[in-house]
Design a binder for this molecule. Structure first.
Ligand SMILES: [Zn+2]
Ligand SMILES: [Zn+2]
Length: 483
């Protein structure tokens, strides 16, 4: 079925390169005849290939016509969506506290006539838009922000703070772009609701909480996302990228985000005076040996063509210079892609920790705890769905604005949805950096762009929203009309 979609799309070129237009250009357009300009800029070009069947040709034409209708909605609503984005940005909420964000999206869905359910797996919101018989497409956007004091200097920068469990107060900031994800989700709901005569099927809009702590997707699934609501045939999403300019998107086929495991190791020794080590078993030295030995897992145990990371991010032991403590604790983050490599790495960590401690004469084996509550499974972009999406994006944005990107060792719990539903999933990258700034950063010695999770992270909002909603809508339409 999906192969047919791709063949059909190949025959219609629909290119629009206004993603990087300036504010004054947009204003000029606002005062002109928007509809005519939209139709003109949306160049419906060649339908090529003598083999193309009449049915495919008309399907391609109707896709192009639908995108002209979508672009009319985009042009008419972009200022509203920008305002929505600024409200999201100014009012970030930490993981598990996304109450206002969820209410804002639920209100928006209801206004569009979407059947909306709140409090699914915490603050999750599910909006179901049914429109006859056809495939079901799940579109996900996440809502939570990070405990970071914003330093962007934007007029709508967040001034919000929150109290952490340890009592100290931190700033809150949308430093991972989940404000953009909410905006594109809201905007996509609007374009698809406005073009219902052009597609058949069901769309499940998922506003997900608590992505940053890796629990939101699981909570929504456990609260009946696939039993209380229509089960998807495809799951799609996007994530902002500081590595691409606004107006551009990126795709990765296959593994795109890694398995994330957190592991705690407690090494047991025999404490005593630092001047008399022979009367002790020093857990600090044993832990140091373990840390070094762990680095042989990736370099010696794994096939060099497999990818994994073992990082010891925290080491705690002792209280004073001259006391050998009883225990030493290590905290690890472990990254992998496949189930096999994950198992090999986790088994190796356990083996190395236990046997190194034995070799060092520790009185009992260390505890090695893989924290299953914090596990985030790897995200897999279905290769066929990815190829379909990349083709749609190229036709929409032009070849130059669509780039293949390498996989990331970062984590993203979006992968849970497709895995749990047993259907193809796809997450693409949405460039956010103002193009001139991006070009400058690529020069030798150029200033690097602030990364996601940085206090200075920001987006070139209007072209980013525009590109995000156009790509997401076009992909959803392609999948919905694929049957
Ligand atoms: Zn993040
Ligand atoms: Zn994120």
């Amino acid at each position: 079925m999906r192969l047919r979609i791709r063949n059909r799309l190949r025959r219609v070129y629909y290119i629009d390169d206004r993603s990087n237009e300036t504010a004054s250009e947009r204003n000029a357009m606002k005062h002109g005849n928007r509809h005519v300009l939209t139709a003109m800029s949306a160049l419906v070009l060649l339908i090529f290939g003598s083999r193309s069947a009449a049915g495919e040709r008309s399907a391609g034409m109707s896709f192009a016509r639908t995108m002209i209708a979508v672009d009319a909605v985009v042009d008419a609503s972009l200022d509203d969506w920008h305002a929505f984005y600024k409200v999201c940005h100014e009012n970030p909420e930490l993981s598990l506290q996304e109450k206002e964000s969820a209410e804002r999206l639920a209100r928006h869905f209801r206004k569009l006539g979407i059947d909306t359910t709140e409090n699914v797996g915490g603050h999750g919101v599910v909006g179901v838009l049914k429109n006859g018989k056809g495939p079901t497409v799940l579109i996900r956007g996440d809502m939570d922000a990070l405990p970071i004091v914003e330093e962007t200097g934007l007029p709508f920068a967040s001034r919000k703070t929150a109290k952490l469990p340890d009592g100290h107060t931190v700033g809150i900031m949308h430093a991972c772009g989940h404000d953009m994800h909410q905006t594109v989700l809201a905007a996509t709901a609007q374009t698809l609701a406005a073009t219902k005569s052009d597609w058949k099927g069901t769309i499940v809009f998922v506003a997900q909480p608590a992505e940053e702590i890796g629990v939101g997707a699981r909570a929504m699934i456990e609260d009946g996302l696939f039993t209380r609501f229509p089960k998807p045939d495809y799951c799609i999403a996007l994530h902002v990228s500081h590595e691409q300019p606004s107006g551009a998107v990126g795709w990765t086929s296959g593994w795109v985000y890694a398995n994330v495991d957190s592991v705690d190791i407690t090494v047991h020794g025999v404490g005593g005076h630092g001047a008399y080590p022979h009367g002790t078993v020093d857990p600090v030295v044993a832990a140091a040996q373990i840390i070094t030995a762990l680095q042989t897992i990736v370099s010696r145990r794994l096939n060099p063509l497999d990818r994994a990371v073992v990082t010891v991010g925290s080491v705690h032991a002792g209280s004073k210079h001259n006391i050998i403590p009883e225990t030493a604790t290590l905290q690890l983050t472990v990254r992998s892609f496949t189930d096999e490599v994950r198992k090999e790495v986790l088994d190796s960590i356990r083996r190395i920790a236990i046997h190194t401690a034995r070799a060092m004469g520790c009185p009992k084996d260390p505890e090695v705890v893989v924290r299953s509550d914090e596990f985030t499974p790897a995200s897999y972009n279905d290769p066929e769905l990815t190829a379909t999406a990349a083709e749609v994006f190229r036709q929409l944005l032009g070849e130059k604005q669509v780039a293949e990107r390498p996989p990331s060792m970062g984590g993203e719990d979006f992968g849970r949805f497709a895995k749990a539903a047993g259907v193809p999933g796809f997450m693409f990258q949405l460039g956010v950096v103002e193009p001139k700034r991006y070009a400058a950063s690529q020069q030798e010695g150029g200033e690097p762009n602030p990364t996601v999770h940085s206090s200075k992270f920001q987006t070139d909002a209007i072209p980013t929203i525009r590109t995000g909603v156009r790509c997401m809508t076009a992909l959803a339409l392609t999948l919905l009309n694929g049957d």
